[in-house]
Design a protein around this ligand. Structure first.
Ligand code: HGY
Ligand code: MN
Ligand code: MN
Length: 444
């Protein structure tokens, strides 16, 4: 659907003209959004303001049930697919057209923030309210989306719900993916009365969506530092996740001389420090490497650890740097274990490529931010998102709202309701512009 920048500019100008009046009427309401946030944040809410709504938990499902009720209250037709994704659809004036989809996810990392994912779903509901209030009717049907299991925090593989609809989640993954307790994805789904082997039914037919937009917190510092209100995302980093197991010899911490030890934890510590210094090399620029989960066995104060398992997360917007850095860290792990007389095994848990989002769609969302006359910038996402998965087959765009001090995946994660309202308004305007643009483009 390549198109010239001039076409987009002309269409944006037309849409802006038509929209002037509507933008004047469309005023997202921070108070309304705040009320929804209070109720949603109570699900999995924790002292200190964070939430735990981990993938395929009771809390995630309760959040989907709550939002499904709000979708119905707004007159949307609601369905939950075989993988737990929830959709609310609104007819357009031309039912022959594919829908314009917009939304995000409702799960969180353990002890995470209230805003990651939730902003995109609650912002989407505010868009529907704005359209209902101002009588906006789009030619394309609209689909509000709440994806399941976006966070890779539990099973290591991110964006499971969007990968299911995109047809890239394999049946083998249902038994392969395990959490820290050894629970497989299939077992976790069954525990919530889902049939894991019905997952293929969630796959979308081609042409289900004409475009997908995701409003999301930035989870980085650039907007907050530059006092900008909207980020238009040009690219989303890829991520590679490796499970590394180092095996030494379990032994007595008192009776074993230092020279006779095969300490798995010391070896793992050396590898983790090496991962940091490898990612810090100037030539790797934007690459980041993290070890966030580690198990020690037998985890006893008076025992030299015999085995350590840890997870490496490497990310970059450049796929070569992403994969070469991963390889370099794994090679260092193997060398470290060999030098210490230990054993190193590893497996790729997940590998998701970076993606560049289509310029023509980003130009339309940029025009919406300009129409609202709010400070905005083009920015890159270090975090992964459902929009990145969908963009392999559907034109996708992302709009960011600021994260205070860039903090995310922590209870301190925070975005103001005023900024979320601005984001919802830019999302609403973008949807209108895309609807007009695609209607005109096809008509001509
Ligand atoms: O971890 C991430 O990239 C995102 O927050 N799911
Ligand atoms: Mn997210
Ligand atoms: Mn996240």
């Amino acid at each position: 659907m390549a198109t010239t920048e001039q076409e987009v500019a002309a269409a944006s100008a037309d849409a802006a003209e038509e929209s002037e009046a509507v933008v004047a009427e469309m005023r997202a309401d921070p108070g309304r959004i705040a009320a929804d946030f209070e109720l949603l944040s109570a699900i999995g809410g924790e002292p200190g303001g964070g939430v735990s709504r981990i993938p395929f938990s009771r809390e995630e499902r309760d959040a989907h049930d709550l939002v499904a009720g709000w979708m119905r209250d707004l007159g949307l037709t609601v369905r939950t697919d075989s993988f737990g994704n929830t959709f609310g659809t609104l007819a357009g004036t031309d039912s022959t057209r594919p829908a314009i989809g917009f939304g995000s996810h409702l799960d969180s990392v353990p002890h995470g923030g209230r805003f990651d994912g939730a902003v995109g779903v609650l912002g989407a509901l505010e868009v529907i309210r704005l359209f209902n209030e101002t009588g906006v009717q789009t030619a394309h049907p609209l689909m509000v989306v709440a994806f399941a299991s976006e966070e890779g925090a539990r099973f290591g593989e991110p964006c499971l719900g969007s990968k299911a609809v995109a047809g890239v989640l394999q049946e083998a993954d249902l038994e392969r993916l395990r959490d820290a307790n050894g629970t497989t994805l299939a077992q976790a789904m069954r525990a919530l009365s889902f049939d894991p082997y019905a997952m293929p039914q969630a796959r979308w037919a081609p042409n289900t969506l004409a475009a997908f937009l995701e409003l999301h917190i930035e989870q980085s510092r650039s907007l907050d530092e530059e006092d900008e209100r909207i980020g238009l995302v040009d690219a989303i980093a890829g991520n590679t996740r490796i499970r590394i197991a180092i095996r030494g010899r379990q032994d007595h911490s008192g009776g074993t001389p230092m020279s006779q030890r095969q300490d798995a934890l010391v070896a793992a510590a050396e590898v983790i420090v090496a991962a940091e210094s490898i990612a810090n090399e100037p030539r790797r620029r934007a690459t980041v490497a993290t070890v966030g989960r580690l198990h020690v066995f037998p985890n006893s104060i008076t025992t030299i650890p015999g085995e350590v398992e840890f997870y490496l997360d490497v990310r970059d917007v450049d796929s070569d740097r992403q994969r070469l850095t991963t390889q370099d860290i794994v090679t260092r792990a193997e060398e470290t274990a060999a030098r210490r007389g230990l054993r190193c095994d590893w497996e790729v848990v997940s590998d998701t490529s970076p993606v560049v989002l289509p310029r023509w769609l980003r130009d339309l969302t940029t025009a919406a931010a300009e129409l609202l006359d709010v400070p905005h910038r083009v920015t890159t996402s270090g975090a992964g998102h459902d929009a990145g998965i969908l963009s392999r087959g559907i034109p996708a765009a992302m709009l960011f709202v600021p994260s205070r001090d860039g903090l995310s995946h922590c209870p301190e994660e925070w975005t103001s309701m005023e900024d979320i309202a601005i984001g919802a308004q830019a999302l609403a305007e973008s949807i209108r512009d895309i609807d007009t643009f695609l209607t005109k483009e096809v008509a001509e």
